[in-house]
Design a protein around this ligand. Structure first.
Ligand SMILES: [Zn+2]
Length: 464
């Protein structure tokens, strides 16, 4: 048994009244303004550099050479943004004045919010720029990180983050359902009420096993949530338990008709029948149907080309957002349960290699790799679906570490649903509508997804 320190987020839905909602909105707005302030500051320095390069290009130098030879600009970071902010806030506005205007101070409201909400926003902007710069100069692998944008009101998530200062820790639970957010900048602390009890986390904190690092409060459609990030001392077994070892490897296939198909049964809740096919929970399906209706209504009410839509349209839009958030949250609960049980009951999980790019790309896809769009038409909203494919794989990966569980994968484009898991015969005529796999060679008949899961189990290679 070894102990490691891991970062773990505990998320709670909040019960927010009008007074608290006003406070949370104020914090979120302040955080957004601070982000934009820092972004503008970083952007100005980038534009300074760009002007230097453009001058060289105007003088006849080609782009590559001009980029290499452009005068260096010392790029500011979070601390410089913060210093600049301190010097600017509350100052008299120094722009042109129109008749009747009085000179108002800049960010006159800055004292109405805990300072820490600003600093995390500066940090977020600095990180976004750092990622973009690293990507631009080839120091960062993966997809190109574009230039950060200003956060526009109504188009970005309302959220803010407060960091738990080591010297002055202020985030704490004052009851099983009460989370205290520290004040600052002359503001008193405030308390948010949790929708469910945080007893488990509180026990971990009291025992010294978990230490709060920060809290992010964000609105998803109609609800506010607090995500408490903690440093947790986690005991990690050196090897899987005897029960896990006896169960061995499990192969899983993620699908649409059935959320998950397994080669071996999985017990979701104690006392329940172990399942090899796990469908979407019924309440999720009914919410999904409501979502389809709401989306249709929204589309009907939309006036094409109009800048301002009708009141009915915005009502429908809110409803769509609300249902989407509901589905996401409920689905997250299901996914967490599944990933937890998988790593508790088996010592190795075999799964497909998901390629997120391909999933959002072509709708039709190829015969072996049908586009997710086509498959998704059979069920839930596609964007939610795509997100949960990756999400389940991600959860399995990190939870596997906590239980000494191995991960095995099949290569990308592996035709898991077209091979016979018994004899290896390949079906080349199969369509997406076929729910069962019928082998023409050994005459095996099996659920399509379970057959795929068996192939994944058989052909996966251990990667960790
Ligand atoms: Zn066969």
């Amino acid at each position: 048994m070894t102990t490691t320190e891991i970062m773990r987020a505990f998320r709670f839905a909040l019960d927010v009244g009008p007074t608290e909602a006003a406070i949370l909105r104020r914090y979120a707005t302040a955080s957004r303004c601070a982000y934009n302030f820092a972004h503008a500051f970083f952007l100005a320095h980038d534009q300074m550099w760009e002007r230097g390069r453009n001058a060289l290009m105007a003088a006849g130098m080609d782009r590559k050479e001009a980029t290499a030879k452009a005068p260096k600009v010392r790029r500011p970071g979070r601390n410089q943004a913060q210093t600049f902010w301190r010097a600017t806030r509350g100052q008299q506005f120094v722009g042109p004045l129109r008749e009747g205007d009085e000179r108002r101070p800049v960010f006159a409201w800055w004292e109405m919010v805990n300072n820490r909400a600003y600093y995390t926003a500066f940090e977020d902007a600095a990180v976004a720029w750092q990622n973009h710069m690293n990507s631009r100069t080839g120091r960062r692998a993966g997809a190109m990180m574009g230039q950060p944008h200003f956060k526009a009101q109504g188009r970005c998530r309302e959220s803010f983050r407060i960091v738990h200062a080591v010297k002055n820790p202020g985030i704490r639970f004052t009851g099983p359902r009460r989370l205290r957010i520290p004040g600052g900048g002359g503001q008193p602390p405030f308390t948010v009420r949790l929708h469910q009890k945080a007893s488990r986390l509180i026990r971990l904190i009291d025992a010294g096993t978990a230490v709060i690092t920060s809290v992010t409060i964000a609105r998803h459609a109609h609800r506010w949530y607090a995500s408490v990030l903690c440093k947790v001392h986690q005991h990690i077994p050196d090897q899987p338990t005897r029960r896990q070892r006896a169960a061995g490897r499990v192969g899983i296939d993620l699908g649409v008709k059935t959320l998950l198909a397994l080669t071996d049964p999985l017990t979701l809740n104690p006392g329940e029948t172990p399942l090899t096919l796990i469908g979407n929970p019924r309440h999720l399906e009914s919410t999904a149907r409501k979502l389809v209706r709401a989306e249709r209504q929204m589309a009907r009410r939309r006036v094409k080309g109009a800048k301002q839509q009708s009141k009915g349209y915005y009502e429908a839009k809110d409803r769509v957002a609300k249902l989407k958030a509901q589905i996401t949250m409920r689905r997250a609960t299901t996914l967490h349960l599944i990933s937890k049980r998988l790593v508790q009951q088996y010592d190795e999980v075999a799964l497909e290699t998901l390629h997120v790019k391909g999933m959002t790309g072509s709708a039709k896809g190829t015969v072996d790799q049908p586009g997710r769009n086509v498959r998704a038409k059979a069920g839930l909203n596609r964007s939610i679906l795509d997100a949960s494919f990756g999400e389940l794989a991600r959860q399995i990966e990190y939870k596997a570490r906590w239980h000494a569980v191995g991960i095995a994968r099949v290569p990308t484009h592996f035709a898991s649903s077209r091979l016979c898991s018994n004899c290896g015969w390949k079906d080349t005529t199969q369509t997406l509508k076929d729910r069962t796999f019928e082998c023409k060679e050994c005459s095996m008949v099996l659920d399509r997804d379970v057959n795929a899961a068996r192939n994944i189990k058989k052909h996966a290679v251990r990667v960790r």
